[in-house]
Design a protein around this ligand. Structure first.
Ligand code: NAD
Ligand code: USQ
Length: 386
C-alpha cells in the first residue's frame, strides 16, 4: 500500500514510517518540522541526538534500498498539502501531525490557540482533501485515551450502549478531557465522525495511551536512525521522564499522590497497531475507534518499577511526590477496554520486559546530554490568584 505518514519526523511517526517501509509498504513522510522548532523555542532537546530528516531517509535508503519521499510543509497550508497528496496518491494516510503536549497547550492563551488551530484545522483540511480527491483512502488518525478522562464507569472503545427512558441507542462515549490539547483530539473526533457520516469517508481513530520506549527494530539499525526521547517538563511523558531522571540521579517527579492511573504501550506496539489498522481498513462511511494500549498502571507503580530496575543496574533511585501542577483526579476508577486490536492479532510487549533495553540503557548511554534545568515542571493548570 502507499501510506503517507503525516508527522513522520516525530516520535511515533518516525518509528511507524520505518516499520511500514520495512514491511514492504511504499511510505511517504509529510512533516512541517515544527516540533524541532518548538524544542528550540523551549530551549529543550531530545535526549537522543536525532539526525535531520533528509539524513535519516538517506541512511534508510543506503541500508535497505527503500525510497521514502519527504514533503516538508504544514497541513494548515491547504495548497501545499493538496499538492503533496496529489503527488503521493496515498491508499492510506496515518495522521500523527499534531501538537501533542498537554503542558504546552496550557502555557497560556497563545499556546492553547496554537494547539487547537494547528490540530483541528490541519485535520479538517485533510478531511476535505479526502472528500474531494481520495474518497476511498483510509484515514488512520491518532487520538488519545485522555479524550475519555477518568469516568467512574468502564471505558468502552469509542461508543457506549445507553438505555434512557425506555429507549436504547449506541452513542459516542462521553468525553471529559483534561487539557486544551486533549480537547483538540475530541474536536477532531467529532469532525472525522461527521465526515464519515456525510461523505462516506472511512476512518480509524486510534485512541492511544502513553507511549514509552525508544527502540524499534528499524530505529535500532543505525545511529542515524535513532528516535527522539523527550524528558523535559513540557514534551516528556511520565514513564520516559522517570527513566532519565533515574539515570542522572534526579528524584522521580511523581505529581501529587501518584494514584492517577493511565493506559500505556511500548512504541513497538504503536507501530504494529498502525499496521493492523491499515491492513484491515474501516468500511465506507465507517468511523471505527480502537483503544490503543496494552497495560494500565498508576504513576506510583511505574515509579516503583523504575526504582527496582534502576537499583538492579546500580543506580540509586529516589521517588519524590511533588505538588501536582495539573488539575486532575488523582484517586479515581479506571478500567478501559482494548479488545479490538488484540482481536486483530496484537501480541503486546510488557513494560517489565522493555524497561532495561528500550529505556534505562538508553537513558544511561546519553545521560551527559541531560539538561537538569528542564526536568522540573514549569507549566501549571491552576489559575494564578496572585
Ligand atoms: P511528536 O511531537 O514527536 O511528533 C509530531 C510530528 O508532527 C512532529 O514531527 C511535528 O513537526 C509534526 N507536526 C505537527 N503539526 C504539524 C502540522 N500542522 N503540519 C505538519 N506536521 C506537523 O509527537 P508524537 O509523540 O510522535 O505523537 C504523534 C501523535 O500521536 C500525536 O497526534 C499525538 O497526539 C498522538 N499520541 C502520542 C502519544 C505519546 O505518548 N507520544 C500518546 C497518544 C497519542
Ligand atoms: N506525571 C507525573 N510526573 C511527571 C509527568 C507526568 O506524575 O513527571 C503524571 C501526570 O500528572 C499525569 C500522568 O503522569 O497524571 C500522565 O502525564 P504524561 O505527561 O505522561 O502524559 P499526558 O499529558 O497524558 O500526555 C501524553 C502524550 C499525549 C498523549 C497522552 C496519552 O504527551 O500526546 O495523548 O499521553 S493519554 O494520557 O492516554 O491521554
Amino acid at each position: 500500500m502507499r501510506v503517507l505518514v503525516i508527522g513522520g519526523d516525530g516520535y511515533c511517526g518516525w518509528a511507524t514510517a520505518l516499520y511500514l517501509s520495512n514491511k514492504g509498504h511504499q511510505v511517504g513522510i509529510l512533516d512541517s518540522l515544527i516540533r524541532r522548532h518548538w524544542d528550540n523555542e523551549l530551549q529543550s532537546d531530545t535526549l537522543t541526538p536525532i539526525a535531520p530528516i533528509q539524513k535519516r531517509v538517506q541512511r534508510w535508503k543506503e541500508l535497505t534500498g527503500k525510497d521514502m519521499p519527504v514533503y516538508i510543509g504544514d497541513i494548515n497550508n491547504y495548497g501545499f498539502f493538496l499538492e503533496a497528496m496529489l503527488e503521493f496518491k496515498p491508499d492510506a494516510v496515518v495522521h500523527f501531525g499534531e501538537q501533542r503536549s498537554a503542558p504546552f497547550s496550557m502555557i497560556d492563551r497563545e499556546h492553547a490557540v496554537l494547539t487547537q488551530t494547528n490540530n483541528v484545522v490541519g485535520t479538517l483540511n485533510l478531511l476535505y482533501i479526502l472528500k474531494e480527491h481520495f474518497p476511498d483512502c483510509h484515514l488512520v488518525k491518532l487520538g488519545t485515551m485522555g479524550e475519555y478522562g477518568t469516568p467512574n464507569i468502564d471505558i468502552e472503545e469509542g461508543y457506549i450502549k445507553i438505555e434512557h427512558n425506555g429507549r436504547t441507542d449506541v452513542l459516542p462515549y462521553p468525553k471529559q478531557p483534561g487539557s486544551f490539547y486533549h480537547l483538540s483530539k475530541v474536536h477532531d473526533t467529532h469532525n472525522i465522525h461527521f465526515a464519515c457520516k456525510v461523505w462516506g469517508l472511512r476512518a480509524t481513530d486510534l485512541n492511544q495511551g502513553i507511549v514509552y520506549g525508544v527502540l524499534t527494530e528499524e530505529t535500532g539499525m543505525d545511529e542515524l536512525l535513532i528516535n527522539r526521547l523527550d524528558y523535559d517538563g513540557v514534551f516528556g511523558t511520565a514513564l520516559n521522564r522517570f527513566c532519565i531522571q533515574a539515570a542522572v540521579g534526579h528524584p522521580l517527579t511523581v505529581y501529587g499522590s501518584g494514584s492517577q492511573t493511565r493506559a500505556m504501550l511500548d512504541i513497538r506496539d504503536t507501530v504494529r497497531c498502525v499496521e493492523l489498522a491499515i491492513e484491515t481498513p474501516a468500511k465506507v462511511g465507517e468511523f471505527r475507534v480502537f483503544n490503543q494500549f496494552t497495560e494500565m498502571f498508576n504513576i506510583n507503580d511505574i515509579a516503583m518499577q523504575i526504582k527496582t530496575a534502576g537499583n538492579s543496574l546500580g543506580l540509586d533511585v529516589e521517588v519524590k511526590n511533588i505538588d501536582n501542577p495539573r488539575v486532575e483526579a488523582e484517586k479515581h476508577y479506571f478500567n478501559a477496554k482494548n479488545t479490538n486490536l488484540l482481536d486483530l492479532g496484537l501480541v503486546p510487549h510488557k513494560l517489565s520486559d522493555s524497561l532495561l533495553d528500550s529505556l534505562l540503557n538508553f537513558a544511561i548511554k546519553y545521560k551527559t546530554r541531560v539538561d537538569q534545568s528542564q526536568i522540573m515542571p514549569k507549566v501549571s493548570w491552576h489559575r494564578d490568584t496572585k
